[in-house]
Design a protein around this ligand. Structure first.
Ligand SMILES: *Cc1c(COP(=O)(O)O)cnc(C)c1O
Length: 461
């Protein structure tokens, strides 16, 4: 009989296409659905050829639905960050303020004067939209922004002018700062890309001003400081102050570049955190160019802001790489509004990152208790720490209250965490010492009931 042939057990494309469970995939997408059905059958045939049993029709329908979901549903989607890490690079860093979202949506929805000078009725520059607010905030002579800070650093190093008569463009960096910042962004590699030559000075833990001074040659184009964003060297350490570096650089007619990383505009010590170098301090100390991210402590969209001396910024704008690194209109709109929040003195109230950093523990405790009560057994409220994250304030944390769901066996907690990640929207929690931890600090207030529902569902298994 034909049933001996396992391939015969597989339905035809048409039969599978007619399956009622596949009907919701819609008529409009029919050719795509037919293609997906063909792919599912091909995979099944390959499995059968390997000696595996033929899948049932239900299993085939499941795999078609899975493939269809992967195709039709955008894989990038919002989620609930209950990890307590405020600037979480894997989770998209800074949430935007409501005003920034509105401004960016308005610009994205239609046409704008992105590169159009409304007074002259002629071509304009996309850089003008950020310049005046950045200058006001930082007292810089000039400012611009590109796609991210990695691009800003690469652009600054690439367009670094060589000194008259120099054969090379050397950049002096402390050995302790020639680091990997994360995601494979290594300062020595960026220097290689830019065609500037790295001159490492000092040792990993100690670099003195005289180390920099001894390394200056006629080929030196700049001294660069890189903020040690995601690690800290403690104990027997030495790093010159930024104003000493600036003085040394200028005595030798070379530039001082400052990669600030996070680009903080506010004093972090007000919240019990270590001081984070601010952009204003860097420029006031004499940095010729300072670079920082838009979506770390600044609390805006992905961007790399460059502020500093006018002729240098203008040189950067003219560099061919600037075109390749330019920001898009929606991000420019969001960044401009984010910066205006600082100008108006309303950053703490309007920017989610700063709302989270400055959130009083009493309010967090109230939310944690409410969650724990709504979730029920075995949830309880415990003390914990939230992290600032995002390559700013390494190891700095804020006291918080967590909802903990303890477990007798570790596997239960990892299972629970997985089920939470599979909810819609996904909820990402933290696991520590066999307990699943949920931190209200990083959960947007409007997500409270979503989170509670997801946890209740996940607990039911
Ligand atoms: C985060 C960081 C960068 C990279 O910034 P992106 O905006 O992520 O490209 C560069 N330098 C330092 C010191 C950083 O902390």
């Amino acid at each position: 009989m034909a049933t001996d042939n396992p391939f015969r057990a597989l339905p035809s494309v048409d039969r599978l296409l007619a399956h009622e469970r596949l009907r919701p995939l819609g008529d409009g997408e029919r050719p795509v659905v037919a293609e997906i059905v063909r792919q599912a059958l091909e995979t099944a045939r390959a499995a059968v050829a390997q000696g595996q049993p033929a899948p049932t029709e239900d299993q085939l329908v499941e795999s078609v639905l899975g493939l269809a979901e992967a195709v039709f549903r955008p894989s990038l989607r919002p989620l609930v960050n209950a990890t307590g890490v405020i600037i979480h690079t894997n989770l998209g860093r800074a949430p935007l303020s409501e005003d920034a979202i509105a401004a960016s949506a308005a610009v994205a929805a239609g046409y704008s004067n992105l590169e159009f000078d409304l007074d002259a009725g002629a071509r304009g520059s996309r850089f003008v939209h950020l310049e005046s607010v950045l200058r006001q905030l930082t007292s810089a002579e000039a400012a611009m922004a590109v796609n991210n800070n990695a691009a800003a650093v690469l652009l600054a190093l690439s367009s670094l002018p060589a000194r008259p008569g120099a054969r090379d463009r050397e950049v002096i960096i402390s050995r302790g700062q020639a680091v990997e910042i994360g995601g494979g962004f290594r300062i020595p590699d960026v220097l290689r890309q830019s065609d500037a030559r790295l001159m490492e000075v000092g040792t990993t833990n100690r670099t003195y001003l005289r180390d920099y001074e001894a390394a200056v040659t006629p080929d030196t184009a700049a001294i660069m400081r890189v903020h040690a964003s995601n690690f800290r060297i403690v104990g027997f350490t030495e790093t010159p102050q930024i104003h000493d570096l600036a003085r040394l650089a200028h005595e030798h007619s070379v530039l001082l570049l400052d990669d600030l990383g996070s680009g903080c505009l506010l004093d972090t010590t007000r919240f019990g955190l270590a001081p984070e170098p601010t952009v204003q301090e860097s420029l006031a100390a004499g940095a010729d160019l300072a670079m920082f991210s838009g979506d770390k402590l600044l609390g805006g969209p992905q961007a790399g802001v460059i502020v500093g001396r006018r002729e240098l910024v203008e040189r950067l704008r003219r560099h061919p790489l600037a075109r390749a690194m330019r920001m898009d209109k929606a991000s420019i709109a969001a960044l401009a509004v984010t910066l205006v929040h600082y100008l108006r003195g309303e950053a703490l109230e309007k920017l989610p990152v700063w709302q989270m950093i400055s959130a009083p523990v009493t309010g967090i405790q109230r939310r944690a208790r409410r969650w724990a009560r709504a979730i029920g057994e075995p949830a309880k409220v415990v003390d914990g720490r939230s992290m600032v994250g995002g390559g700013s304030l390494p190891e700095e944390s804020l006291p918080t209250k967590l909802v903990a769901i303890p477990s007798a066996e570790g596997a239960y907690v990892t299972d629970l965490a997985r089920r939470l990640r599979q909810s819609d929207p996904p909820v990402v929690a933290r696991i520590e010492r066999d307990a699943l931890l949920l931190d209200p600090r990083t959960v947007l207030p409007q997500q409270d009931s979503t989170l509670v529902q997801a946890v209740k569902t996940a607990l039911r298994g």
